[in-house]
Design a protein around this ligand. Structure first.
Ligand code: NDP
Ligand code: MG
Length: 382
């Protein structure tokens, strides 16, 4: 039986993690969870799963929630609340499905408690990959990928040595606007951008897929999860999202992982690794029904965010922190109709250009650069 702490229970990955737990009550138990502001859904989840600890984002919601749920569930709130859930002494694995770099400090706290980490929250690895991976090594805890591309690479690597890898090949669907030219992106609406062709996901990552920043963040995520240089990470457009990613070895063999696009599969694998259990979904991959799969080269000028991510990753230090923080604020502003779609990348470019990277930053330096970048983007939008 695995006892799970879940950060971001009310989100897209969070609710799908609960689907996996619900389907396999003999394997998994929800020990604790955090939510943001969706208290209504949290109340339903608490009644169904009876976690002994729940964290909410604000003090107001903390007061409200306490009145609505059984006394057996302790309620906490804020950043300390996230850390309390992440370090829950009754759990042995943390599923980090919170959104954004707010997941960094709780992840480090869970690692220091020796918990395995199933990581969906890619912003944490982008903003401070060197710190998170070093801590995981020091405390000898596994970082288990949930992101479908990284789960695919993890499965295709299957324990083989990274120095036998020629390159990792991440697949990218191309997002909501893959069939448009840059000129056709000038006045796209939030509603259009939220319409992803293959995956149903939270709003921020759906926009990141449309700008291709999601793939850029995933390149940096892969660099840290698999300890491999950027020169050995490639991206190929693959519009069906059936091949989730591939590993090319030095002998020319390429190993791919395939499946229908369903995030519950990589979530479940992170929870059961190194074992496998029955799929939650009845849907199986029937290649003959698909007939063909398509691949094309990614154009870095069409998708400028991809180029920014490689550049920030290669400079390293605090540059990826700036990339991520600027993107988080710019995407939130686009969703709030305060920026146009193409202004997202302009804001990120401005933030990167003015920043002098600090190499090997400490956690405090990361947090301070993250906050300073957010403040810069906010002020430049007003
Ligand atoms: P959602 O927006 O659907 O969910 C985010 C979750 O985090 C919600 O529970 C939300 O609470 C909570 N949350 C948001 N901000 C805060 C905050 N400041 N403090 C505390 N809690 C907060 O996101 P997704 O599930 O789509 O994505 C989560 C992570 O997983 C991201 O890092 C994303 O990149 C990654 N990921 C997602 C995939 C997907 O298919 N969705 C695929 C691969 C990776 P509430 O809603 O209650 O306010
Ligand atoms: Mg992904």
């Amino acid at each position: 039986m695995k006892h799970i702490s879940l950060l971001g229970a009310t989100g897209s990955i969070g609710t799908q993690t609960l689907d996996v737990i619900r389907k396999h009550p003999n394997h998994f138990n929800l020990s604790s969870m955090s939510v943001g502001r969706n208290i209504e859904l949290a109340i339903q989840q608490i009644h169904e799963f009876s976690p002994q600890l729940v964290s909410v984002q604000t003090r107001d919601d903390y007061e409200k929630l306490k009145l609505e749920i059984p006394n057996a569930t302790k309620v906490v709130y804020g950043q300390e609340g996230l850390v309390e859930v992440a370090t829950d002494p009754h759990s042995n694995i943390l599923v980090n499905a919170v959104l954004g770099s707010v997941g960094l400090v709780p992840t480090l706290a869970a690692i220091e408690e020796g918990k395995a980490i199933a990581i969906a929250n890619k912003e944490t690895l982008v903003t401070a990959g060197h710190i998170v991976t070093k801590a995981a090594n020091t405390y000898n805890v596994p970082l288990l990928p949930v992101d479908s591309e990284h789960s695919a690479i993890f499965q295709a690597l299957n324990g083989e040595k990274i120095n036998q890898v020629e390159r990792l090949i991440l697949t990218a669907s191309g997002g909501s606007f893959r069939d448009r030219t840059r000129d056709q992106l000038i006045d796209v609406t939030v509603h259009e951008a939220l319409n992803h062709p293959n995956w149903s996901m939270g709003a921020k990552i759906t926009i990141d897929s449309a700008t291709m920043m999601n793939k850029g963040l995933e390149v940096i995520e892969a660099r840290w999860l698999f300890d491999i240089p950027y020169d050995k990470i490639d991206v190929v457009l693959h519009k069906e999202s059936i091949i989730h990613s591939m590993v090319e070895y030095i002998d020319g063999s390429v190993i791919a992982q395939l499946g229908t696009p369903d995030m519950r599969v990589p979530i479940q694998y992170a929870l059961t690794y190194p074992d496998r259990i029955d799929s939650i979904s009845n849907e199986r991959l029937h290649l003959w029904e698909l007939g063909s799969l398509h691949f094309s080269k990614l154009d870095m000028e069409r998708y400028r965010c991809m180029a920014f991510a490689y550049e920030a990753g290669r400079i390293g230090g605090t540059m990826p922190t700036v990339l991520n923080a600027a993107n988080e604020v710019a995407v939130a502003a686009f969703l709030d109709n305060k920026l146009t779609f193409l202004e997202i990348e302009n804001k990120i470019e401005q933030a990167l250009e003015r920043h002098q990277a600090i190499s090997q930053p400490t956690l405090e330096e990361i947090i301070s650069v993250d906050q300073e970048t957010r403040a810069f983007i906010h002020s430049s939008i007003k």
